[in-house]
Design a protein around this ligand. Structure first.
Ligand code: DGY
Length: 325
């Protein structure tokens, strides 16, 4: 038995208060320059550590996990999404994985609504016109967008964030349609129309919001055929994971005006986004900032620490244990 503090490798520069608590309870190696690790350098850096606190975008794939030193017992990701962690590979090495659900629900749903409104109301074109000094004044035909109030919103993935998005959209008197692996109980459904088959929902979507996780089944789910099933002039919003959308298909539909606009916070292969998006005036683009509020990022960090502390300090299962599917 040793009374040494467990050693935790932090892969990113986390919020200050989070790092303070991390250092108070653990022998932590921080990353003050926020230098990105690739898989091999991460595995090397983990030598002698008990756990890794990582984040979305870190290459915690099967190869990296196979190369981790035997000392690593836990991977705590500072994110609700965990597609960057190969949970099955971790399980094979008896490495426990945790994530940070719940605490970023509201912040992410707020950004989803911002993307919806920004896309529908041509916010990118408006701010660009103003900042480029080319606004010559109010005009009756200027920047006419799509009306949001009272329209139909289809939500793909009615988990916590999808439900929070629906609550916000109800404030705009939108009719909610949704598709989810299972139908929600009436008190959570709140009158939303359930589509067991997401394909059936598409023709009912003036707006389609992607709130489903990235899995092999959702990879490039929003493809050309499915976009064609959306009503002409629909708006697509994605605040979940970029890989759920086939970028080529979305860009083609934005160019052809089959879609009126898209509001995106996440991208396949980010931060290298498909170059086709940059020139599209009808794409309202944000840099993956769904959870970026001070309160939320702190809460995510504290949740990651709750998990690390439970497992490493008290020998308990982390409260947000991620099990292999
Ligand atoms: C998450 O937690 O999965 C987010 O995408 C990071 O903000």
């Amino acid at each position: 038995m040793t009374d040494r503090k467990p050693r935790v490798l932090a892969t990113r520069l986390f919020p200050e208060d989070v790092e303070k608590r991390l250092c108070a309870h653990f022998d932590a190696r921080l990353n003050p320059q926020d230098k990105l690790y690739d898989g091999p350098s991460l595995a090397r850096a983990a030598e002698g550590f008990d756990a890794i606190m990582c984040a979305a975008g870190d290459a915690m794939n099967a190869e990296t996990i196979a190369a981790l030193p035997g000392s690593i017992r836990m991977i705590a990701t500072f994110s609700v999404g965990y597609e960057h962690v190969d949970v099955a590979a971790a399980a094979r090495r008896n490495i426990v994985v945790s994530n940070t659900p719940d605490v970023l629900t509201d912040a992410t749903a707020d950004i989803a609504m911002l993307c919806l409104l920004g896309a529908a109301r041509r916010a990118h074109e408006g701010t660009t016109m103003l900042r480029s000094h080319s606004w010559i004044g109010w005009e009756p035909r200027q920047l006419m967008g799509v009306h949001v109030t009272g329209r139909r919103l289809g939500i793909l993935g009615m988990g916590r964030i999808g439900q929070a998005m629906a609550d916000r959209a109800r404030g705009f008197r939108m009719t909610i349609h949704y598709s989810n692996r299972s139908r929600l109980p009436a008190e959570l459904e709140k009158g939303a129309v359930f589509h067991a088959d997401p394909e059936d929902m598409l023709p009912h979507c003036d707006f389609l919001s992607i709130n489903a996780p990235m899995t092999p089944a959702t990879r490039k789910w929003v493809n050309a055929e499915r976009i064609a099933r959306l009503p002409k002039g629909a708006v697509v919003v994605n605040t979940a994971r970029g890989g759920v959308v086939d970028d080529e298909a979305l860009i083609a539909a934005l160019k052809s005006s089959h879609l009126f606009a898209a509001g995106l916070d996440v991208y396949d292969g980010e931060p290298k986004i498909h170059p086709g998006y940059y020139d599209l005036q009808n794409a309202f683009l944000l840099p993956h900032m769904g959870s970026a509020t001070v309160d939320t990022r702190n809460a995510m960090g504290f949740k990651a620490l709750d998990n690390l502390e439970a497992f490493l300090l008290r020998g308990q299962a982390p409260p947000d244990l991620v099990k292999p599917s």
